[in-house]
Design a protein around this ligand. Sequence first.
Ligand code: NDP
Length: 478
Amino acid sequence: MPKFEYAPAPESRSIVSLRESYGLFINGEFGPSVDGRAFKTISPATEEVLAEVTEAGPADVDRAVTAARKAYEHTWSAMPGRERAKYLFRIARIVQERARELAVLESLDNGKPIRESRDVDIPLVAAHFFYYAGWADKLEYAGYGPAPRPLGVAGQVIPWNFPLLMLAWKIAPALACGNTVVLKPAETTPLTALAFAEICQQADLPPGVVNIVTGAGETGRALVEHPGIDKVAFTGSTEVGKQIARACAPTRKKVTLELGGKAANVVFEDAPVDQAVEGIVNGIFFNQGHVCCAGSRLLVQESVYDEVLASLRRRLATLRLGDPLDKNTDVGAINSAAQLAKIRELSEVGEAEGAQRWSPPCELPVKGFWFPPTIFTGVSQAHRIAREEIFGPVLSVLTFRTPAEAVEKANNTPYGLSAGVWTEKGSLILWMASRLRAGVVWANTFNKFDPTSPFGGYKESGYGREGGRHGLEAYLDV
Ligand code: NDP
């Protein structure tokens, strides 16, 4: 069959006006750090420097926490829920109005395809604010008692894979419940959080209700260990999550942790193959596989293994890798040199341990950080690529014969964030869902998100739930 070439379809970046440098957003204003330190944020697709960003030290974190405390006590917690709701609705509408700009900025700083930031990330950000705006004046009906109280000041640390979406997951429920926040975005993706700070100004949010402190891991540590915060919300690696749990254990801080995953995507022999292959691709190559709930372990029933693999290889050959701002791009850039090194290292380990590596023919751009969509077959459960989170576009394929074996293998992981099941039989879906130890089980779909739906893990994937009515509990004194 003849294959048609695509003409480039780049989204214009002129809608984004980048500043040369960005200050910290504390008490409603942008300003310098106490010690004047700064770092650069780059585009992972081109290595171009996008802007200089201020690095917050402990004294800056302290200022931010003090501002948040003052706003909590004097303004936000005292404000009726229906008034808080108005601010959240306003923020949601401004996000919608500025959606194209935010999508371009996210793709520039993160490397993800514009199709994803435009159609998934940013619409979900607005949806989250709309959803939690609706709860702000109805908290007494949420099932947490007749007059649930907020916790106080929340210290929130987020990763680089869904920068603005993770911010929304953290800030929207916190504010709806009457808490104020200090949030630290990831070092490699601070720009949309800083654009969000501008949105807070635009929405006339009272000063100090939202504070954004940019920096690296040390800034995050200073925030979560600050004695003036009442609640810690973290999304990121299991390793850092454990450090945070240890640091907070002797305190009265309430903690929620959304950590890593190694999800099984289970394909039974009666599944519609084309649909399942789309789900497998979406499960692991969406956002370059930088997804905590990615379907990184494919479990295929042995009887359909050849058919599924052949179809998967054909589909992978059609994926377009390249410029994240091109509207035809399916696979964008790896977020950082460090993450690329990690993906390369684990892929080499996969080969050394005897698994077979395959990628479609794929030309990688010379500049920037890139990794081709990759499949490993002949993977056994003992292999590191079957056990560890690679957090990249790398799929490990295993097989099974019976549903019981599928459950056994799917649950054979220290994680428990998500899972997928592909079958025509509703009864088998329910049978699997009740046995899989995962916070979310998708059936005949994958990576579907909705603000009304709780999300969170078992075991080393963390504790607490974000999203939905359940997500309110993390920010209420219950
Ligand atoms: P981290 O867990 O280090 O980063 C997550 C956030 O925590 C970032 O804002 C980071 O800052 C901050 N941070 C780092 N150290 C500390 C600390 N001691 N105290 C408080 N905050 C801290 O993830 P990485 O970005 O280093 O990625 C490493 C691996 O983690 C990935 O390869 C992937 O496997 C996994 N990961 C999982 C995610 C998930 O959603 N489950 C998300 C991101 C990563 P900074 O960015 O400045 O270092």
